[in-house]
Design a protein around this ligand. Structure first.
Ligand SMILES: [Zn+2]
Length: 115
């Protein structure tokens, strides 16, 4: 009987493959794709960038001043991602964000700090 011989994969390559596979599986369970279809910030008319942000779980309560500023000055800062009320395993979300909105949000947070 003819027996087909499989080529031996060197140990370092096998180990690298297993490491990459483990990282890919880990990311699949811990990272959420929170990107929506919008590609341009309607306020600043610049292309949105892609980045990762922490997912916050629970019911967010924003102060009125923050919510007003967020809506009017930095609607696409997307510096966090609301994951809903029930905590899940995922801790990181991939989102689209506007760099100008992010700067405006940071500036607002700095100026809103009490003396
Ligand atoms: Zn913007």
């Amino acid at each position: 009987m003819l027996k087909a011989k499989m080529p031996k994969i060197p140990k370092p390559i096998r180990a690298t493959f297993l490491f990459v596979a483990a990282v890919a599986i880990l990311l699949a369970f811990t990272v959420l794709d929170g990107r929506d279809e919008k590609r341009t910030c309607p306020l600043h008319d610049v292309p949105l960038k892609v980045g990762s942000v922490p997912i916050s779980y629970g019911l967010p309560v924003f102060e009125t001043e923050y919510w007003k500023a967020r809506t009017e000055q930095f609607p696409f800062a997307n510096s966090t991602y609301g994951g809903g009320c029930m905590p899940k395993i995922r801790r990181i979300a991939i989102v689209r964000y506007c760099p100008i909105c992010r700067d405006a949000e940071k500036e607002w947070e700095t100026s809103a700090q009490p003396d």
